[in-house]
Design a protein around this ligand. Sequence first.
Ligand code: ZN
Ligand code: ZN
Length: 327
Amino acid sequence: MEAMVLTAPNTPLRWQQRATPRPGDGEVLVSVAACGVCRTDLHVVDGELPDIRYPIIPGHEIVGRIAEIGAGVTAHRIGDRVGIPWLGHTCGVCRYCTGGMENLCDAPRFTGYTRDGGFATHAIADANYAFPLGDVGDDVAIAPLLCAGLIGWRSLVIAGPAERLGIYGFGAAGHIVAQVARWQGRQVYAFTRGGDRAAQDFARSLGAVWAGASEEMPPQPLDAAIIYAPVGGLVPAALKAVRKGGRVVCAGIHMSDIPSFPYGLLWEERQLVSVANLTRQDGADFLKVAQQAGIRTETHAFPLRDANAVLTKLRAGELLGAAVLVP
Ligand SMILES: [Zn+2]
Ligand SMILES: [Zn+2]
């Protein structure tokens, strides 16, 4: 197999050829058809997440087909198309797993972070954490649903029944969540980097009633806001933009420090919460919703070997929608 491998923090991924791994008990070998590129991949490459085990193959928005099945796997058959998300494994016995919160498992494994991911021609996955995808839809178009869509969905659910919804950072997740929110009958307010007219026009084209810079105040107070950009300064900005009793959801795995802010921004029962990872139920729920809502992802496909250039583009905010690597 071929892979783009991270061997040390803050270094470019290196193209490597390796022996194709065999699936162990309960595992499947997937031939990768497409793998989306997520901001979390940047946090992995930059060494901003704890306990990265090098060398690691990033990538956790994998669409592929089952090439080989390990012992004891009954849920999938050779040739089935599956999606492999960020949540790669959970322990099943901790208080979070048994309490319906497997996203918070004490001993989880995450695809492309603590187990090898999809910036490769092949990947091994725990069969119980691979979503059946059926045959409808394009591999590249589906890939961003597996993290941007899924964690976006979880953050939208946690935002609650907000009619006026702010989205800070209108990238891969934002452009999917905006479509779901509109389909649900909500009003979307999109916040981008100052002067990013392309992203603001893109948000309006997807039905946002308003788009502007993150420092701007929306024309009406928001009921809730979700922050996808990894910028701590957006927390007080979003708290300022939500009404009394409103909620601000931080949806990223990593964020720069949140600057101090006056208590008045939180007062009046405003809530500040974070979203971590996903449960398999989130995946099942969202994949159904994505179909019902007719979500159309804006994707840009690149050859696997261009992974470093794609990460650079993502870092610079040069991509509208989602980037996808194709081996
Ligand atoms: Zn657990
Ligand atoms: Zn992700």
